[in-house]
Design a protein around this ligand. Structure first.
Ligand SMILES: Nc1ncnc2c1ncn2[C@@H]1O[C@H](COP(=O)(O)OP(=O)(O)OP(=O)(O)O)[C@@H](O)[C@H]1O
Length: 239
């Protein structure tokens, strides 16, 4: 069971303090990160995946420093970006999935075997030679998810995985995600998709505003979003 520990993590991006002294420990299976645009959710996800080093403080998974120990970060944490077009780099589905496995040190043959296995496990063996550019958004998102799952991470960060998908595709992908053994940290604007999660962190301006069970945090979050949504002051949006 991966234990994620943030101690006083701060990140500055250009002029913006994206995270300010964020501390938490988590071991729950399903954790959601919510918050307004620009509140620091993606930055937090990137720190968890070892893609963004904190300017100060420490982020650890099972005791390993995510910023310094790239090998552990790569093995322990997978990340699914919001836009699959930012993730997919290879012309065919099998090459895309095999790439991460080769990065982990598998031989090409072993990577090809494991790629075939994961495609078969999700009923998509016939996708192996498919051209990635010709897939729909939902299909691309599933290929990205399978690429991450093939690497068998203990923890998967999903950054807005369902935005831009139609309802059936979203429901199907949600079912896939429900079925995976890895722990999940899901960044979302849609409380509906994380209602039954074990824990919700609500970020506001780079800080944790609330942290608790979904049943306690989400109603308060939605109320506050509606209150802010009712105002005509766009000052915050222009921040
Ligand atoms: N590369 C960058 N350079 C400068 N500022 C950045 C950069 N990336 C993000 N920021 C700023 O850092 C803050 C946090 O951004 P982040 O993407 O983490 O927010 P978010 O909560 O994921 O937002 P959204 O819901 O809109 O995706 C924002 O104010 C953003 O403008």
């Amino acid at each position: 069971m991966p234990r994620l520990a943030f101690r006083d993590v701060s990140v500055r991006l250009g002029q913006k303090q994206a995270l300010s002294g964020v501390s938490f420990e988590m071991q729950e299976r399903r954790v959601a990160i919510v918050g307004r645009n620009g509140s620091g959710k993606t930055t937090l996800g990137r720190v968890i995946a070892g893609l963004q080093a904190p300017d100060s403080g420490q982020a650890r998974v099972d005791g390993a420093d995510l910023a310094r120990d790239r090998k552990t970060a790569l093995r322990s944490v997978g990340i699914l970006f919001q836009n699959p077009d930012h993730q997919i780099i290879f012309p065919t589905v099998e090459e895309e999935i095999a790439f991460g496995l080769v990065q982990l040190g598998r031989s090409r043959d072993q990577a090809a075997r494991e790629t075939a296995e994961i495609l078969a496990r999700f009923g998509k063996a016939h996708w192996a030679k498919a051209a990635t550019h010709a897939l729909s958004q939902g299909q691309k998102q599933l290929v990205c998810l399978l690429s991450v799952l093939a690497m068998n991470p203990a923890l998967v960060v999903l950054d807005e995985p369902y935005s831009g998908l139609d309802i059936p595709t979203r429901l199907q992908l949600m079912r896939y995600v429900d079925g995976i053994a890895a722990h999940v940290v899901q960044i979302t604007h849609d409380p509906q998709t994380v209602r039954d999660f074990d824990r919700v962190l609500w970020l506001d301006d780079g800080r944790i505003r609330r942290d608790g069970p979904a049943a306690a945090v989400l109603p308060e979050f939605e109320r506050q979003m509606r209150t802010w949504g009712g105002l005509d002051d766009l000052a915050h949006l222009a921040d």
